[in-house]
Design a protein around this ligand. Structure first.
Ligand SMILES: [Zn+2]
Ligand SMILES: [Zn+2]
Length: 351
């Protein structure tokens, strides 16, 4: 479903959570006593800025990841390379004045659903509702026993579920995952969408899948529709190669964590300087505040080191260099040397 067009059609509310098509399908399935799974992709850690008119998302010109919104100074910032710009008044693609900040959690979706379907039995599965031991299993068992009509959850419900009575799977916003500020965002979303498509009504083939997005033309959305794995990989690899992202290049992520914001930043800067001094063929990106820039009262900055796999296939060179920088860094006994450094080679996610 093209949410951008739905919005233009005048839906009253500025933020469309569920399209008319999806609402109608849900009503149908409830009527027929069939079950529904609704997926709200991982809640955005950070907020992206998206045009409500055409779906355009502001991306970093250097890193090809979405820029994160910062209320302070009304700016958008790249958390790989620290590129920053003001939130534009007008969309750069369509020139309309309709920039919105996105980020809807599962709880909000549940509340909205309950107002729409007063008698529906809705169960929510996310980090908040599965904190207790076995809570996860209980929700799934109860849903399997048809104690609920609608299972609403994050992507933790996408894997390995096989419910006979589920005939509708809805993805509330493919964009949440698609524009997560991480270079693997498209790959993950593609996996999720193809997985979900295989989920609905496996047994009888009567299942339907509704994917809501504001960018229906995005290759990730298009290729997942047709399960075109090969064309997706080909396109994705070309983009990764251009920016030396894995698997084309190797990535090392260095975290600098401290209770003092400036100290964490200075440490990251100093480390970047030590690395450049080694005159090795690495690209050093940053330092920049991490997407989760403050966690448990600790400030987090990171440096991204990109190295060419052809020159350093086993990563010995990059490991050795970082290790020697680390020794220099911690060895001088200065105030900065006490900043916590974490090293992540080929990180699964950069947040
Ligand atoms: Zn636009
Ligand atoms: Zn960047």
């Amino acid at each position: 479903v093209d949410l951008a067009r739905q919005r233009l059609a005048g839906s009253g509310k500025s933020e469309v959570i569920l399209s008319r098509l999806l609402l109608q399908k849900i009503a149908e399935k409830l009527e027929q006593k069939e079950q529904i799974i609704l997926l709200q992709n991982r809640r955005g850690f950070s907020t992206t800025v998206q045009c409500a008119h055409c779906g355009e998302v502001s991306m970093c010109p250097n890193c090809n990841i979405s820029l994160s919104y910062h209320r302070q100074g009304n700016t958008m910032r790249c958390h790989y390379c620290n590129f920053a710009q003001k939130v534009p008044d007008k969309c750069s693609a369509c020139n309309k004045v309709s920039m919105i900040h996105r980020g809807v959690g599962t709880q909000q979706v549940q509340e909205f659903l309950q107002t729409q379907f007063k008698n529906a039995r809705i169960v929510r599965m996310d980090q908040d509702t599965t904190r207790r031991k076995y809570a996860h299993d209980k929700i799934l068992t109860d849903f399997g026993d048809q104690k609920y009509d609608i299972l609403l959850g994050t992507q933790m419900i996408a894997k390995g579920l096989d419910f006979e009575k589920v005939t509708l799977v809805g993805v509330i916003s493919a964009d949440t995952g698609l524009f997560l500020p991480d270079f693997r965002a498209t790959e993950r979303t593609f996996q999720l969408l193809t997985q979900v498509a295989g989920r609905a009504g496996r047994k009888n083939g009567q299942g339907e899948v509704v994917v809501q997005t504001m960018v229906p033309q995005h290759p990730c959305v298009q290729f997942s529709r047709t399960h075109d794995y090969f064309r997706f990989v080909k396109l994705e690899m070309a983009e990764r190669r251009a920016l030396e992202y894995p698997p084309a290049g190797r990535l090392v992520l260095l975290h600098f964590i401290d209770e003092n914001e400036n100290r964490a930043l200075q440490a990251a800067r100093k480390f970047a300087f030590l690395l450049t001094e080694k005159k090795v063929p690495f690209k050093i990106v940053g330092p920049a505040p991490a997407a989760l820039s403050k966690l448990k009262n600790m400030y987090r900055f990171h440096l991204v080191v990109k190295s060419d796999k052809r020159l350093d296939p086993g990563a010995q060179n990059v490991r050795k260099t970082i290790k020697s920088c680390l020794q220099e860094f911690t060895g001088d006994g200065s105030e900065l040397s006490r900043v916590t450094i974490k090293i992540d080679i080929d990180p699964v996610m950069i947040l």
